[in-house]
Design a protein around this ligand. Structure first.
Ligand SMILES: [Zn+2]
Length: 211
């Protein structure tokens, strides 16, 4: 009996897309309900349990590099809904510490609030953006939306003594907000897809803009 179970689990580790959405949602439920940030824990639990936001699972095979992202998803039953999209592959990755997964969810909680409170435009959660279609103003809005999520994420990582779980946390711990801005802008500036905005990223890193 035990052997059979073990075999099933190791297969799931090798092929995480075998995990059902309901199994994945139990992992997310645990990440949320044991989350060290009380306000987020209560709010996200409320949003999901009331159906104000949905969980949208991806098998994570096919290039997606992130654990979670906020999107508007089309559903057959509820139309277009705000959703926390989660990669099953990253969710079950045993090499990723639980606290890091919780910090990522904390980051995405800020993006959910940007949409729910309408403090940032909807297009930020409309899936992969083609940088060729983006204006300089859109790049500024995108960058400040990310800073709004990365800064509290880094602050919480320091508070929880978890700066070793992600290089950006150590950057913030050692250099503060200005170094976090500079580092993050440099990451985007070096992405091939944003190459035409490299100089813009480097300039907005230095000073926040009024958006
Ligand atoms: Zn983000």
């Amino acid at each position: 009996m035990a052997k059979k179970h073990k075999q099933k689990w190791s297969l799931k580790k090798k092929y995480p897309n075998l995990m059902s959405d309901s199994e994945a949602s139990l992992i997310v439920k645990d990440l949320v309900q044991t989350h060290p940030h009380e306000a987020m824990r209560r709010h996200l639990d409320y949003l999901v349990s009331r159906g104000i936001i949905f969980l949208n699972f991806q098998d994570g095979i096919g290039g997606q590099n992130t654990l979670a992202t906020v999107v508007y998803a089309n559903t057959p039953t509820h139309g277009t809904v705000l959703a926390l999209s989660i990669s099953k592959k990253h969710l079950v990755d045993p090499a990723t510490p639980k606290i890091f997964k919780q910090l990522v969810i904390f980051h995405e909680w800020h993006h959910l609030r940007q949409q729910l409170d309408r403090t940032k435009p909807e297009w930020l959660a409309m899936g992969v953006k083609d940088p060729g279609m983006m204006t300089e103003e859109m790049i500024r809005i995108f960058f400040e939306a990310e800073m709004e999520a990365y800064l509290p994420e880094c602050e919480l990582a320091v508070e929880l003594d978890a700066i070793q779980t992600y290089p950006l946390y150590a950057v913030f711990a050692n250099g503060g907000v200005s170094e976090l801005r500079r580092h993050l802008a440099e990451v985007y500036a070096q992405m091939p897809r944003y190459s035409k905005f490299a100089a813009l990223f480097r300039s907005i890193a230095w000073t926040p803009t009024l958006t």
